[in-house]
Write a protein that binds this ligand. Sequence first.
Ligand code: ADP
Length: 188
Amino acid sequence: MRLVLLGPPGAGKGTQAKELSARLGIPAISTGDIFRANVGQGTPLGLQAKTYMDAGEYVPDAVTNAMVKDRIAQPDCTGGFLLDGYPRTLAQVAELDAMLAERGERLDAVLELTADTDEVVQRLLGRAAVEGRADDTEDVIRRRLEVYAEQTAPLARVYADRGLLRRVDGMGAVAEVTSRLVGALHSA
Ligand code: ADP
């Protein structure tokens, strides 16, 4: 299966992506994780991405698209993949369409995890205390939510129009949310 996981920061995409990846036997590809790994290793890609990430802004599309194109061309993606955190802009949607078309592939479903704003801010502040992510400060969290509302929320409509969107409540226990996602996939 080729899947996209959509949802605001703090909705639990990363956690659920790992669960689904294990259950479905497909790699979970998190653009945020790839960027953070590159920042950690001080690669040129990391240096390019860091300023944007620290400010809660999106890394430029050209950088992100090239990275994803390269990643889905790896052999472990032949049988499918789950994209976590990509696409996030309409331009990325168009680019992903082109990448998949070139490969003779298509998306099977787009899962949207929904969450209310107060809850996600609390979750992210809690995570900041544990993981110390540079972009988990209150100001940057608010900016990430704004950028999501402006640039990424409109993607749900695009995928709904294609009949691909499955909306799933991201609130509740991890296992509960995973069951909802799996249920949504079965109806896909
Ligand atoms: P979250 O969903 O909690 O914001 P991520 O780990 O998915 O966290 O992303 C962290 C940061 O990485 C984003 O704020 C952004 O700067 C960058 N990033 C991740 N995915 C993309 C993308 N598809 N396009 C542009 N920037 C991205």
